[in-house]
Write a protein that binds this ligand. Structure first.
Ligand SMILES: [Fe+2]
Ligand SMILES: [Fe+2]
Length: 360
């Protein structure tokens, strides 16, 4: 909506602008073709589907997203230990995490309201319930610093991107699974090094990421029930979404390296660990995986990050020269993305049973 670029988050206004702002790496809001989604069938995976719905209904995280008594004290002690730059990165992390949780909440809610297919409607009710808890829980932490996001306003003013249902399945499946892989990697690291846990919110990540894992399972079942989504020309789309999601995550994480450092993680190592976990999980649904440990792949991502930094500099410079430099960066980034896209992929056999356990 607004073209203002927010560099630092000092006030609630900055935080809200940051959440509304769209650029290459910020989380987006989506809408889709509800009538087409209505026609999807999950009959071929009915038994697994019903078991999953029973798990949602059981709602094992009903009481999880409540703060405990130690929370406020841990915030005070942890934040006092952060440098101003580090604090900025953490605020940026909270705002972008909140935006992506809320993006899921809005999309799932819109689908729920606009479809009549009982399976999809029921699923979306559960997904929206979980994401609304997640978004609300992060927002409480922003409010501790008077940086709360006005979710109603965000819903009204953020730009929506239209995705066909199949793109929604690929993209949300991946973002749920990658969300799981990110949260569990952070949780395991801080479990080993509790002294590096500078904010109590990370204590919630284990059960939190089990929600995300289950959300991903739902989209895996939908795709496995409709195998056309996973074959033929659609494989090219799967490749595209894998690369787009991985590349965006890599660039976003590398723009806030201190956050990972504070947890004792190196941004690159962390990202490749997340890619490896995600690839392992995608064997339940995608017939191919990206070769993320290949040196050319890594070089490509490094270059994309360098170009995004150069792009930001050019933007800040402004004027005709700045515009020209931005154009050059955009062309180079597109060429790098295309080279990464054309790299050989790893073929994988789909697991006979779709459902998987979150075992990382
Ligand atoms: Fe979530
Ligand atoms: Fe989720």
């Amino acid at each position: 909506m607004t073209a203002t670029v927010v560099h630092t988050i000092e006030t609630a206004e900055d935080a809200n602008k940051k959440a509304v702002h769209d650029d290459m790496i910020s989380p987006r809001f989506y809408t889709t073709d509800f009538a087409a989604m209505d026609r999807i069938s999950v009959e071929p995976v009915r038994a697994e589907w019903d078991r999953m719905m029973a798990e949602y209904e059981g709602d094992n995280n009903h009481d999880h997203f409540q703060r405990d008594e130690a929370f406020a004290g841990e915030v005070a002690a942890g934040m006092a230990s952060l440098s101003p730059e580090m604090r900025q990165e953490f605020m940026d992390f909270l705002v972008s995490s909140l935006t992506s949780e809320f993006s899921g909440c809005v999309l799932y809610n819109e689908i729920r309201k606009n479809v009549t297919n009982p399976d999809i409607k029921q699923l979306m009710t559960y997904l929206a319930r979980d994401e609304s808890r997640h978004a609300g829980f992060i927002n409480l932490s922003l409010r501790d610093f008077n940086l709360g996001i006005d979710l109603g306003n965000l819903k009204r003013t953020k730009k929506y991107t239209f995705f066909k249902p199949k793109y929604i399945y690929y993209a949300t499946y991946l973002s749920e699974k990658i969300g799981y892989a990110r949260y569990i990697t952070i949780f395991r690291q801080l479990e080993k090094h509790p002294e590096k846990r500078f904010h109590p919110i990370f204590r919630w990540f284990e059960l939190w990421c089990n929600d995300e894992f289950r959300h991903g399972e739902s989209f895996a079942l939908i795709m496995r029930a409709n195998p056309k989504l996973l074959s033929g020309g659609n494989k090219l789309w799967i490749r595209f979404f894998l690369l787009a999601v991985y590349a965006t995550m890599y660039v976003r994480d590398h723009t806030r390296p201190m956050l990972h450092e504070a947890m004792g993680l190196d941004s690159s190592e962390y990202d490749y660990q997340v890619f490896r976990i995600t690839t392992e999980i995608t064997k339940q649904v995608f017939p191919l995986a990206l070769d993320t440990d290949h040196p050319d792949f890594r070089r490509g991502l490094e270059r994309l990050f360098a170009l995004s930094q150069a792009m930001a500099k050019a933007k800040a410079r402004g004027g005709v020269v700045g515009k020209l430099q931005q154009g050059v960066c955009a062309v180079k980034a597109a060429a790098t993305f295309a080279r990464l896209y054309l790299m050989p992929v790893i073929q994988q056999d789909l697991s006979p049973q779709v459902r998987m356990e979150p075992a990382w």
